[in-house]
Design a binder for this molecule. Structure first.
Ligand SMILES: [Zn+2]
Ligand SMILES: [Zn+2]
Length: 807
């Protein structure tokens, strides 16, 4: 897979956005009311977008604060911890912890925008208030700083008839300057006017800002009893009114009243003479300067207003996370929760969650995973290890164990006459050599034809009557040559072929792209949902189902084609080589196409029913259907009879293979894609074993003879066992295994032909002219032909048919 499949399932994002549309941003007032404090401690962080870098390593989460987090600066890691909780939702519906991404950065987008906008805020702080209120002012400034940072936040302190110079809001200033000073009044209007001029003066730091904001934190005290505090009170009032006209549009002004709680309510304000007028003046001032007047400090309200005025997104954060290397996304739903906590006491500040889908089972996304080459190399290693282990087990270990059991049960030491075994009297002489047993002889009592162990071995590990009359009298184990292929279980070659077929299917599936498969599934998604290509909905819908399903048909095609191709090699027997291969290919192509459509159908079901694409059905139906298609394709019109049990087996294989992949991946160190190889191989082996179970084992083969003699079947397999070197000769000579004594007129040589047995196949070799195969084609001397089931040959007037019978 050169091109990493890039569909990102944005369901979570889409739903998040939809939810956001419905509810809109909750009203700040609602959130701030005491009854809603529970909500405030809940999900206050709305995650509205997730983006991934091209390599899927970096994840960028955009979030919005739904409520105020006070003085906490979420971007300050010395103050705030971020807990990341990413969990994967399994098919069973359960969730499981996974390796967690790491937070690499939290940025406040609003703050960056504020900085970019060259927006500066000046806070006028009233130090004439009691220390408790000054402390509250300090908290307010800290809160403001979370948005403006110390670069764009400035402070100026009012106290008595004095207003200080402008300071940058550094930690030092905030920690040291908020101290109450007597007298307990300020020249409020005068201070405002001074700073107003500074803000208008382009040569000052504040004045040079593009966007300017002034915030006044004050008790608002301008009268002492009936007398204004400032001697020039009314003059200042007038000047302030004038300033509004020239300053409008250049800066925003806000006012927050800081007073003892008992006196903050409007009634008490209005009861004090002059106060009402003052409050009104400040209210008009702020209103005219496009700002707000607050009876009590409420930063979110001010922040919201500033942001609206300057078209800045409100309280947006970008949290960047890095997914660990080699992390695999397989299309499961991943829930992500981000929780900000206080570093010192671990108190919850704010939390938010979302979910996302990424990759798919059939086209996983692996973060900085090994290259395709690495994976292929690992795949080859797995292949060789598996072949070796299979060979060791089925060629050496299993036959050896079976032989030891056989020896323990049936090989005994002769203990004199009247010895009985399994309730049966043991004969006194060897069935093969007829010699009487002597005490201490090793004898084999596998069947009633008791023999010397030596005679048994020499007679190719079975009794002379083995066959129709003695079914149990055999246990092949060549202890002199443990590599004898007949020692191995009959299943060995099936398993070998299956392993190779699984590997080839995996190899091609892994290195190739699958555009046709992708195209078809995407079309289906659009068609079923009635969507037009290129629209936003289409993109979402394709992402939702497509990413998981697009590779599925290709997957089915590869698995079916190669498993059928290789395994049908073992079931097709009746053709010549080129025809045999042709038939294998045709079966494989048909199986491949059928499976492709099984998987397309498997894709349609979840799309049409709008099922969660992680549904059990998505995997199980195509796998089960495919298994059946493959088994049918391999056995149709062969001597292997398809059985009802195949249907059950198909379902079980489909079911099993689904899990083997994730099990292998979860409990081994293998790359996810290599784990897929294990799944392919398991699948192929299961199918192979199911078929092998009912396949004829070709252990009993005959020559059907007709023509010059009464029709008969000659048990060729028996002769092969007893004849040296596994050669049966045919001719007129008495030395021949099969003497054609009945053919008096035919032209038959003394030794006309021989049949040789190779591993798993019979060959006919002409030693003299006069052997005809198939439709009377003469077989040249020395030329070998393969005898397959049903093949004819003629010698003299006798016609032979090679027949394999089951059981
Ligand atoms: Zn004997
Ligand atoms: Zn026997």
């Amino acid at each position: 897979m050169n091109k990493v499949y890039k569909w990102l399932l944005a369901v979570g994002v889409a739903l998040g956005a939809a939810a956001c549309d419905e509810q809109s941003v909750p009203n700040i007032d609602d959130l701030m009311s005491p009854e809603d404090s529970v909500v405030v401690s809940g999900e206050g962080l709305q995650i509205h977008d997730i983006k991934f870098s091209d390599d899927y390593k970096v994840m960028t989460v955009s979030a919005r604060l739904l409520h105020d987090v006070g003085t906490y600066d979420l971007t300050d890691s010395a103050m705030v911890n971020v807990d990341v909780q990413q969990e994967v939702k399994l098919i069973s519906g359960q969730t499981r912890q996974e390796t967690q991404p790491v937070v690499t950065g939290v940025t406040n987008v609003s703050r960056e925008q504020v900085a970019k906008l060259k927006m500066r805020l000046l806070v006028l702080v009233d130090l004439s208030l009691p220390q408790s209120l000054v402390d509250e002012e300090r908290d307010a400034v800290r809160e403001i700083r979370t948005l403006f940072g110390d670069q764009n936040l400035f402070l100026s302190f009012m106290q008595g008839d004095n207003v200080s110079e402008t300071y940058q809001a550094t930690d030092y200033v905030i920690n040291n300057y908020f101290v109450h000073h007597d007298p307990d009044y300020t020249y409020l209007y005068r201070s405002i006017l001074t700073k107003f001029s500074e803000l208008q003066d382009k040569s000052t730091v504040l004045g040079s800002a593009r966007y300017k904001v002034m915030l006044i934190l004050s008790g608002g005290k301008t009268y002492d009893g009936d007398q204004p505090i400032d001697p020039k009170h009314f003059e200042m009032q007038q000047q302030l009114a004038d300033k509004v006209k020239e300053g409008r549009g250049q800066l925003l002004a806000y006012y927050s009243n800081f007073a003892e709680k008992s006196t903050t309510n409007q009634d008490s304000l209005f009861m004090v003479p002059g106060k009402q007028a003052d409050a009104n003046i400040m209210q008009y001032f702020c209103k005219d300067m496009n700002g707000l007047w607050q009876g009590e400090f409420n930063w979110p309200e001010i922040e919201d207003d500033i942001m609206k005025d300057f078209n800045v997104n409100y309280s947006n954060y970008i949290i960047t996370l890095e997914q660990p290397d080699n992390k695999v996304f397989r299309g499961n739903r991943h829930n992500l929760q981000l929780t900000f906590r206080d570093v010192t006491n671990n108190d919850l500040i704010v939390t938010g969650s979302t979910f996302f889908y990424l990759g798919s089972v059939y086209a996983p996304i692996i973060v900085n995973g090994g290259s395709t080459l690495d994976v292929i190399i690992q795949g080859f290693i797995v292949l060789f290890v598996l072949l070796l282990v299979t060979w060791l087990v089925f060629q050496l270990l299993e036959p050896y164990i079976r032989y030891q059991i056989f020896k323990r049960k049936y090989v005994n030491v002769y203990g004199g006459n009247k010895m009985s075994f399994g309730g049966q009297m043991v004969a006194e002489t060897c069935y093969l050599c007829k010699a009487p047993f002597v005490e201490g002889d090793e004898i084999v009592t596998k069947c009633k034809h008791t023999m010397h162990k030596q005679c048994w071995d020499e007679n190719e590990y079975h009794c002379p009557e083995h066959g129709r009359h003695c079914k149990e009298g055999s246990h092949y184990y060549n202890s002199k040559n443990i590599y004898d292929s007949r020692n191995a279980l009959f299943y060995l070659k099936w398993i070998f072929v299956a392993i190779v077929s699984g590997f080839v299917a995996w190899f091609l599936y892994t290195i190739l792209d699958h555009p046709v498969s992708t195209y078809i599934v995407e079309r289906i998604v659009l068609l079923i949902n009635g969507l037009k290509d290129g629209t936003k909905e289409a993109e979402l819908s394709v992402a939702e189902y497509g990413s998981r399903l697009t590779y599925l048909p290709a997957f089915g095609l590869y698995v079916s084609f190669y498993v059928t191709l290789f395994l049908s090699f073992l079931t097709i027997r009746r053709r010549q080589w080129h025809l045999r291969i042709l038939e294998m290919v045709i079966r494989a192509i048909l199986a491949g196409i059928a499976s492709f459509f099984c998987c397309v159908v498997g894709s349609i079901i979840p799309i049409a029913l709008h099922l969660d694409s992680n549904s059990f059905l998505v995997d199980w139906i195509p796998w089960a259907l495919m298994s059946w298609v493959i088994m049918f394709a391999i056995t149709y019109a062969t001597r292997t009879r398809i059985e009802k049990v195949f249907l059950v087996a198909a379902c079980i294989i489909g079911f099993l293979s689904m899990f083997i992949w994730s099990v292998v991946y979860t409990y081994s160190f293998l790359d996810y894609r290599v784990a897929l190889l294990m799944s392919f191989i398991t699948y192929a082996v299961c199918i192979a074993v199911s078929i092998a179970r009912v396949a004829p084992r070709s252990e009993r083969y005959f020559l059907h003879i007709e023509g010059a003699v009464k029709e008969m079947d000659v048990a060729l397999y028996k002769w092969m066992r007893t004849s040296p070197d596994h050669v049966v000769t045919i001719g007129k000579s008495v030395d021949c295994s099969l003497q054609l004594s009945w053919d008096l007129n035919g032209n038959v040589a003394a030794v006309q032909a021989e049949i040789r047995q190779y591993v798993g196949s019979m060959r006919l070799i002409a030693l003299e002219n006069g052997v005809y195969v198939d439709n009377d084609k003469p077989l040249p001397i020395g030329k070998e032909v393969w005898l397959y089931h049903g093949r004819h040959f003629t010698i003299g007037n006798t016609s032979f048919t090679y027949v394999e019978k089951d059981n």
